[in-house]
Design a protein around this ligand. Structure first.
Ligand SMILES: [Zn+2]
Length: 201
């Protein structure tokens, strides 16, 4: 067994940090050490921000976005065109599209994609919420901005089928999105072009 070099509080910090995506045990150790060295300037404010976020984070009951208000900031923004809904897999995609600043619309966050292999079915996702939203009326266009993966496209087909009877135009991103590509990793120019050149289904 390896000899311990720190107390268990620091060990625990490292173990938790190692669970953050993008950090492994090695980066977690570096991050922990950096936080400890910047105890007042960084570690304290980070701990406070985390505690506040932990307490206040909500999932928007309308669109599935993550925010501290329900309905969320996007849903209550009067300067947006709420007759157009961009459907995304995850909040990270919403953020990516907002960074690209190509559209000024509403969103709908599915919370994943259909994946029979991983046991993810329609009821595990925020799909019914989308169909209900469109069925209530006042929606002109639904833009399916799901990733260009097999699961993403399966999900897009499922949604298209279930919106078929409703008076709404359904579009998807142009082929500027590489196959297998994830929106979050695209540069803003590509994302913005894919959105502007979207095609009707
Ligand atoms: Zn919302």
């Amino acid at each position: 067994m390896a000899k311990r070099v720190t107390g268990h509080e620091i060990e625990k910090l490292i173990q938790l940090l190692a669970k953050v995506p993008g950090l492994g045990p090695r980066s977690a150790r570096r991050a922990a050490l950096h936080l400890i060295k910047k105890r007042d300037q960084l570690m304290g404010p980070l701990a406070t921000a985390m505690a506040e976020a932990h307490q206040k984070v909500k999932i928007c009951s309308c669109c599935g976005n993550i925010d501290t208000a329900d309905p969320c900031t996007v849903c209550t923004d009067e300067r947006r065109d709420h007759a157009v809904i961009i459907v995304v897999e995850d909040v990270s995609d919403l953020w990516a599209l907002e960074r690209a600043a190509a559209m000024n619309t509403a969103y709908h966050v599915l919370g994943g994609v259909l994946s029979p292999l991983n046991g993810v079915g329609p009821d595990d996702l925020n799909i019914k919420g989308l169909i209900d939203r469109v069925a209530r009326g006042g929606i002109r266009e639904v833009i399916l901005a799901v990733n260009a993966t097999v699961e993403g496209q399966t999900t897009a087909h499922y949604i298209t089928d279930h919106l078929a009877g409703l008076e709404v135009k359904i579009t998807r991103l142009a082929h500027g999105v590489p196959v297998g590509g994830e929106l979050d990793y695209l540069d803003e120019g590509t994302l913005s072009a894919a959105l502007r050149a979207r095609t009707t289904i």
